[in-house]
Ligand binder design. Sequence first.
Ligand code: GEM
Ligand code: ZN
Length: 386
Amino acid sequence: MLHQYSYASLDFKYHPTSHLESFLQEVHKNYSSITHLYSIGKSVEGRELLVIAIGENPKKHRIGIPEVKYIGNIHGNEPIGREVLLHLIDYLVTNYGYNPNITQLMSSVRIHILPAMNPDGFENATVGRCTGTLGRYNSNQMDLNRNFPDPFGKSIAPLEPETEAVIRWIHSEPFVLSASLHGGAIVAAYPYDVNNQATGNNYSRSPDDDIFKYLAKIYSFNHKTMYKGNLCKMKFLDGVTNGAKWYTIAGGMQDYNYVWGQCYELTIELSCCKYPSASKLLHLWEQNRVSLILFIKQVHLGLKGRVLDEKGNPVSKAIVNIFGRSNLVPFQTNYLGEYYRLLVPGEYMLKIEAEGFNSLDKTVDVFDNISQYSAAVYDFVLQRAK
Ligand code: GEM
Ligand code: ZN
């Protein structure tokens, strides 16, 4: 159980950009050995898009340590995620070294948190507005969750600065697991957000539908009420939904992460009211705290490892094919030869392929390794083709 937690340095109110920035700088100053504060770019109006990375080696990726990220406030008038993420940061840094669950988690992953993806929109939003779009868009009146390239080529708008910054960020690290926090419902949604039909809200199944459903249920069933699935006058069985089944959206950040970033991203809706009174923030934090932590831990589900040549050098751009899962863009190894594949327990047939090498077939058993804080490690050595 995750017992001890602290509200040490952060009150439960909405923090304007200047206060949010000061809080992040304060955390980095007080916990400099386990945090790294960086910007991924600027909003239309020039506000920094600040990210704090938290872990035992906060500045740099380490082989075998998966990267996880949380994003808040892509819609400026949905700031609960922005605030809940500030409390998550406070919780992680104040419990590291004291709470063994948190200490082990932070030794096994690096967590990147972008509390405010749309700071300009937030400045235009109004507290107490539970519906509507005032403050939803960026300063160019673009819905950032409609601005990403989408798997079926339906979204064609030019990229906004916030979108470009996040796309660069997605490709800058081997992110494996991610969640974008919204408001306006209480549900965990998973890819695809967009379907391939001309009209209609139909289930749009991805090759990794089973693991996405599993991840969504982990969040939902560890949330105080989400799993009931009957909140906000909406019905979602088990508190989860396929995005397109709810309603199809082209250009969502979630699908981009999965298709082109090899990162399993979910969209988590935290409250019926998009921008509730600040008096609700403590309750909303306590409703989501356990889910937010356990969701990160799921990054240790499945397989990870490296593809190497006979001399032990990393083979980048190798493809670790999993029989029955043909991704729109095949997952490739990174410059270190690393791959990470989230999988539910079971037996899987793999085919490892790389240009200039003989392919390799392997059948592996995946167990629920989460309590070990590491996915099952399988390294593969490829022989150069003669
Ligand atoms: C959604 S995002 C979550 C739901 N996804 C789909 N595919 N229905 C949006 O961007 O419109 C709702 C929100 O903004 O919170
Ligand atoms: Zn939203």
